[in-house]
Design a protein. Structure first.
Length: 401
């Protein structure tokens, strides 16, 4: 029996995980303004979004085993120091290359911080109870992308784009205090795990995770499903503001519609978990996302995509993550005890690595139309479904606890 209530842990970890969407979504309305500041095309500044997720991937890859070895709190605090320092330095960058470097450092710290969240859930809960906690974390953290574009737009129009990153540093300070004073401390892994050197854990623990076929099915499907959503996030400013002509004040409304969908499906997931297995819910979510993303691509290729068709289809592609992510994480974490941090780290690393690489590919393929974006969204979601059916389905029963 855990010494902390599921609700309290979920709120704290949701606040921590919100660091990620805040760091990305708050500055999306400012991309055009930042492009003017650095005197580069908007697509050059959009690359900083992909740079951020690549940094998060590395941060999570390192942070997972480090948190297994040294504890959750020390890793989170170290990551937050990096995040805060880089956020304070970004407003003083004078070239887009400096922006890339500082965003990478910021993401490295942010990734090492947020990776402790799912592992911390595994420290206290398993099975469907873990899925319920992860769903509540999702509800808390969804407030960040719902509010982030509006906050970014407000700061942009009142204090300028630099104030966005100062705000992020301030949020990092608040999270740091929460981690130090409120987050429960959990004993480190067993003595046998302590005797295993960190270098061996960085590779051997990941080896154990990667040899688990069902777990890799959940992890890869999670990563590719997230990539489909993140492809839209990377190109959202272009799609809504340049292609469809929305203003920086209208952009948060169109973008925020996706979070409304996530919030609604998050609540639906709570109800579904009372009757269905986590793997079954995830499978349904992946299927719905694949259909919506494929429809988006077909409409684009046919020249039929309008703003009022794009918004609801993108709401489905993004919103369905509320069914996919928490159930996927709960499913693969149930397959591990000793290596929960490594499993979480690999999940996060692959998730953001794939998203970052596809985002960078989107930048190179960009032709001034939504075709590259919708093609990559459809391809990612279809591959996610295929890998789930190939690998994860056999682990569905054992993922329950």
């Amino acid at each position: 029996m855990s010494a902390i209530s599921p609700g309290r842990l979920a709120i704290m970890l949701g606040t921590l995980v919100a660091l990620g969407p805040l760091a990305i979504d708050t500055y999306l309305p400012a991309l055009l303004t930042m492009a003017g500041h650095f005197d580069v095309p908007i697509h050059d500044v959009e690359i900083s979004v992909s740079v951020y997720v690549l940094g998060v991937a590395l941060g999570q890859w390192l942070g997972g085993p480090f948190s297994d070895q040294y504890g959750r709190k020390p890793v989170a605090c170290t990551g937050l120091v990096l995040f805060i320092a880089a956020s304070l330095m970004i407003p003083w960058s004078v070239t887009v290359e400096q922006l890339y470097l500082l965003r990478f450092v910021e993401a490295l710290g942010g990734g090492a911080t947020v990776v402790i969240a799912a592992a911390s859930v595994r420290d206290h809960f398993t099975g469907r109870q873990a899925a319920q906690v992860l769903t509540t974390i999702g509800l808390v953290m969804l407030l960040a992308p719902l509010l982030a574009p509006a906050i970014g737009s407000l700061l942009l129009n009142t204090l300028g784009w630099k104030s966005i990153f100062i705000m992020l540093a301030g949020y990092g300070v608040l999270v740091f205090m929460m981690v130090v004073f409120l987050l429960p401390t959990v004993r480190r892994q067993s003595a046998s795990a302590d005797r295993e050197s960190l270098l061996r854990r960085l590779f051997f623990a990941y080896g154990r995770v990667m040899r688990n076929g069902p777990a890799m099915g959940f992890i890869l499907a999670n990563a590719l499903s997230f990539t489909a959503m993140f492809t839209f996030i990377t190109d959202a400013a272009f799609l809504y503001m340049e292609h469809f002509g929305l203003s920086s004040k209208q952009f948060p409304l169109a973008f925020g519609a996706n979070v409304v969908a996530m919030l609604s499906l998050n609540r639906l997931n709570v109800l579904l978990l009372r009757r269905y297995e986590t793997a079954a819910i995830m499978k349904t979510g992946l299927l719905i996302q694949a259909v919506a993303a494929s429809s988006l691509l077909l409409l684009t290729l046919g020249g039929l995509l309008t703003l009022w068709l794009a918004i609801p289809l993108i709401m489905i592609v993004c919103g369905i993550m509320a069914l996919v992510m928490p159930n996927g994480i709960a499913s693969f974490l149930s397959l591990f005890e000793r290596d929960s941090g490594a499993a979480t780290g690999l999940n996060g690393a692959l998730q953001f690595l794939m998203a970052g690489l596809v985002g960078a590919l989107l930048g190179t393929l960009h032709d001034g139309t939504p075709i590259p974006m919708t093609a990559l969204m459809a391809g990612s979601s279809l591959l996610a479904m295929a890998l789930f059916l190939l690998l994860a389905r056999q682990g569905g029963a054992s993922a329950e606890g």
